[in-house]
Ligand binder design. Structure first.
Ligand code: SAH
Length: 330
């Protein structure tokens, strides 16, 4: 707009520190300038359509409504090390993982950087708590929305804004290898999480269509490269599905493939989603899988479950809401 440089700093401060909702509130700008801004731009806003609070552990699940009426989910969890927020990166998802509720109806659109920021700002405003760490594990595939996620990271970690260190941010991907390579080049401090969920191609092909494009070997090669370039240890997610990927021989195969990678494996008892038919095995079986990995020298933990009474796992609430809307319009 041909304005002096210091105006940028002022506007940034209003947006990302003072978090005003109207240009008219930017009182150190002249009235004509506020008018001009109002005509050319908008300040993004989202609203809380539904909020569920777990009686078991205080976990809060938000169903946010975006400006265009689409909905996404975010979950605020309290840990001993602080508050962690899980956010969405797309409306829906086109990756098609067979066990996942978020992808059943495909992808509607990408989220903009401001929408992802507002997921964080709104959770803080509503809860009165500071978000200490962030995970990109809600609805969507973050690497399928690469540039917007990179812009989001830049504003999120800016000392002039929220100033959240990227060391406290995890990005989870189903394994878009070309994008993992591009991410490595950026040398960010984030933790990369890979949704592996299978020790070999036969099993991974059954549950994750992306494996047809980038198979396990190709994915793990990209992970090794990522570690070499960034020095950041990779975390692998492995959702245990009864009878599919949770046998002792699967633990042995997984350990063999991850050997020498200084990897961490996060075991997730699969969340049963009505449409998928995948079942969860017994707690004893899940613990035996972890013990087997540990015995073979692979660092493994079982993810603690939070908010199990409020359908806190990704995609479940948005689907419920869409279902309700569908029924009421018939
Ligand atoms: N698209 C990204 C991030 C979103 S999903 C990814 O694939 O990693 C976040 C995590 O939840 C992923 O590891 C995903 O595989 C896992 N997930 C999805 N549905 C699940 C279910 N029903 N039970 C357990 N984990 C699930």
């Amino acid at each position: 707009m041909g304005l002096p440089k210091f105006r940028a700093g002022q506007i940034y401060d209003w947006l990302h520190n003072k978090r005003v909702e109207e240009f008219q509130e930017m009182t150190n700008l002249s009235a004509p300038l506020r008018e001009q801004l109002e005509q050319r731009y908008y300040i993004n806003r989202l609203s809380i359509k539904k909020k569920l609070v777990s009686r078991l552990d205080g976990t809060v699940k938000y169903l946010y409504e975006l400006r265009d009426g689409n909905c996404v989910e975010a979950v605020l969890m309290g840990y001993h090390h602080g508050n962690s927020l899980c956010i969405s990166t797309q409306v829906g998802c086109r990756m098609g993982c067979k066990f996942c509720a978020s992808t059943l109806a495909g992808r509607v659109r990408d989220l903009t950087p401001s929408e992802m920021l507002d997921e964080v700002y709104m959770a803080q405003k509503d809860s009165g708590k500071r978000v200490d760490s962030l995970v990109l594990m809600g609805i969507g595939e973050p690497l399928d929305n690469f540039e917007n996620v990179m812009d989001f990271f830049e504003i999120l970690s800016s000392p002039q804004g929220l100033n959240l260190s990227l060391r406290h941010v995890s990005l989870s991907t189903c394994g878009l290898v070309d994008k993992i390579r591009e991410l490595a080049k950026r040398k960010l401090q984030i933790t990369l999480s890979i949704s592996l969920h299978a020790p070999n191609d036969t099993i991974r092909n059954l549950s994750m269509p992306i494996n047809k494009k980038y198979n396990v070997e190709t994915l793990l090669a990209a992970c090794r490269e990522y570690f070499e370039v960034t020095g950041r240890r990779i975390s692998f997610e492995y959702a245990l599905i009864d009878g599919l990927n949770d046998r002792p021989e699967h633990a042995i195969e997984l350990a063999r493939r991850l050997r020498g990678m200084s990897a961490h494996v996060n075991l997730i008892p699969v969340n049963e989603v009505a449409e998928t038919g995948f079942k969860r095995g017994s707690r004893a079986k899940i613990e035996a899988f972890r013990d087997q990995l540990e015995k073979l020298g692979v660092n493994a933990t079982i993810r603690r479950e939070l908010g199990s009474d409020i359908a806190a796992a990704c995609g479940q609430l948005r689907r419920q809401e869409a279902g309700e809307r569908l029924t009421s319009s018939i």
